[in-house]
Write a protein that binds this ligand. Structure first.
Ligand code: ZN
Length: 518
């Protein structure tokens, strides 16, 4: 066995090889969602499965295990307990332990069936045909449960925790429940007040405007530039289900979707994905990036080039979409440009600000407003937790979904297309993923309180389209650290307290009350 310094260097290099293969798979995934013809789906499923198996073999090699052990035993190499090298070794160990628990055939099967299920889901959703989808969902839930069983139930926890750990390391279902319950209570009380006594703002100025998607795209690129998203190291394309993929150094892909009506949907979709994209572009991925490991290491593939968790990732997207994009200051700056680029007429900044800040329960998560969005997530959390526990059968999913929507949001779901078939996540086995959306909203609101203290002129900066100082703050306090801190530690470091629903609910109430005349 080489000495610890050499072991660490070899570990980084092996991990980089796996990351390069992983980025090929991400590129194929991006292509599947954007330009791949439907006829390519069978071959693509085989390609994805082959790559997943290759990546998995590399991540679980015995050499990798030996190298990690050699690093762990060397205090001089590790340095301070929360220093970058110690954090890398900690994360290498975590990934290795998780990956070695999964047999390669299960990993390949999850990738293959997941890719096929996504294609079935597209057809089932457009036909609103749950029975067409049900046997595939059944397979994916069974495979995902098998994966969770391989990971093992943490002490005192439940099977679902093992899945949550993949997306939000360190978080348990019990902790999620303890944050979600008061969130739901406070939101429900506030929304009842809004519904009973509030006067909804008019959305007429957005609905009346019909804007050519080409012009919307141009405006989207304009906003991306102001956000300091680097288009020489990224792209913006169209798809049915918007996402961001940080493929690798210098290549971050964003997607959005356009309709002639409601140009703000595409705009906020773009800003959301660009928030993810700025995080990806801010992670130290290339040699020479001011990364925590210094110039001696190529950081791509090491934990220092990776995001902390999906919850922290989502905090970045929701911050740009909502805390920036749905502020009055944003429209003070953006409206004259929207007029010039898209020919938007007949909207004042006040009308726009009010129209994009409603509190109206609806069926579709991705179109939900900021005030009601988290209730959509809580429905999914309850349903997938019950599916994993075995308390809910696949055939009963539509019924459970519709009952929960009535209960949580007070709406009657008209059909499965606008009900339990609306999201792609379960099709590729992403169970345990949904809670991270709400965690992201809560992190964003809690971080924002600190950011406002640190950047006293933030409102004025947003109102003049000067978004670089905010980007710089995020880079220094979050992005450049890669995976050095766990989400809970980062939250304490930035805000001085653990995550709770308070900052978010206070922010929503402060914003919505005057708009609804309360
Ligand atoms: Zn997102």
């Amino acid at each position: 066995m080489p000495d610890a310094q050499a072991a660490f260097a070899e570990l980084c290099s092996l991990s980089r090889q796996a990351a390069v293969l992983g980025s090929v798979s991400a590129l194929l995934g991006w292509d599947q969602e954007t330009y791949m013809p439907a006829g390519g789906s069978g071959a693509r499923a085989d390609q994805m499965a082959a790559l997943a198996a290759l990546v998995h073999e590399r991540r679980t090699s015995t050499r990798m295990g030996d190298l990690i052990a050699a690093c762990e035993g060397d205090a001089k190499l590790l340095g301070e307990a929360d220093g970058p090298v110690a954090a890398c070794v900690r994360e290498f160990r975590r990934d290795y332990d998780l990956a070695t628990k999964l047999p390669t055939d299960l990993v390949a099967e999850l990738a293959r069936v997941g890719s096929q299920t996504q294609e079935v889901w597209k057809a089932a959703r457009s036909a609103s045909d749950f029975p067409m989808y049900a046997p595939w969902l059944e397979k994916m839930v069974a495979l995902t449960r098998r994966k969770a069983e391989c990971y093992g139930v943490p002490k005192g926890g439940e099977l679902y925790d093992a899945l949550l750990e993949e997306y939000e390391p360190g978080m348990t279902s019990a902790q999620v429940g303890a944050i979600f319950t008061p969130l739901r209570t406070r939101l429900a009380a506030f929304l009842a007040e809004v519904k009973g006594k509030g006067k909804p703002p008019s959305a007429r100025c957005i609905e009346a405007a019909k804007i050519d998607p080409k012009l919307q795209h141009e405006f989207g690129l304009f906003v991306l530039n102001a956000m300091t998203f680097d288009l020489n190291a990224g792209r913006l394309d169209t798809t049915t289900h918007p996402f961001c993929s940080g493929l690798g150094p210098g290549d971050t892909r964003l997607t959005t979707r356009y309709r002639d009506e409601r140009f703000t949907d595409a705009l906020y979709g773009t800003m959301h994905e660009a928030g993810h994209g700025l995080y990806e572009q801010g992670l130290p991925k290339s040699r020479g990036a001011t990364g925590p490991l210094g110039d001696a290491f190529d950081p791509f593939g090491t934990p220092m080039s990776e995001s902390i968790s999906l919850g922290i990732h989502e905090s970045q997207s929701r911050m740009w979409e909502n805390l920036v994009g749905r502020s009055r200051e944003f429209w003070v700056w953006a409206l004259p440009h929207a007029r010039k680029i898209m020919g938007l007429s007949g909207c004042t900044e006040d009308e726009l600000y009010r129209a994009v800040n409603t509190a109206t329960p609806s069926f579709i998560r991705v179109e939900a407003d900021e005030a009601t969005y988290n209730l959509h997530i809580m429905v999914r959390f309850e349903i997938e937790r019950a599916l994993v526990k075995g308390d809910l059968s696949i055939a009963d999913v539509p019924g459970a979904w519709n009952t929960a929507y009535k209960d949580f949001l007070g709406v009657d779901v008209p059909d499965d297309r606008r009900g339990c078939l609306q999201d792609v996540h379960w099709s590729f086995g992403a169970i345990g993923y949904f809670p991270t959306y709400t965690l992201g909203n809560l992190y964003a609101a809690q971080f924002w309180e600190t950011i406002r203290r640190d950047l006293p002129n933030l409102s004025g900066q947003i109102a003049s389209g000067e978004l670089a100082p905010l980007r710089q703050w995020l880079l220094e306090n979050i992005h450049r650290h890669g995976k050095r801190y766990r989400a809970a530690d980062l939250c304490e470091r930035i805000t001085g307290r653990p995550l709770s629903a308070d900052a978010f609910v206070n922010y929503i109430e402060r914003k919505i009350r005057p708009i609804y005349g309360l």
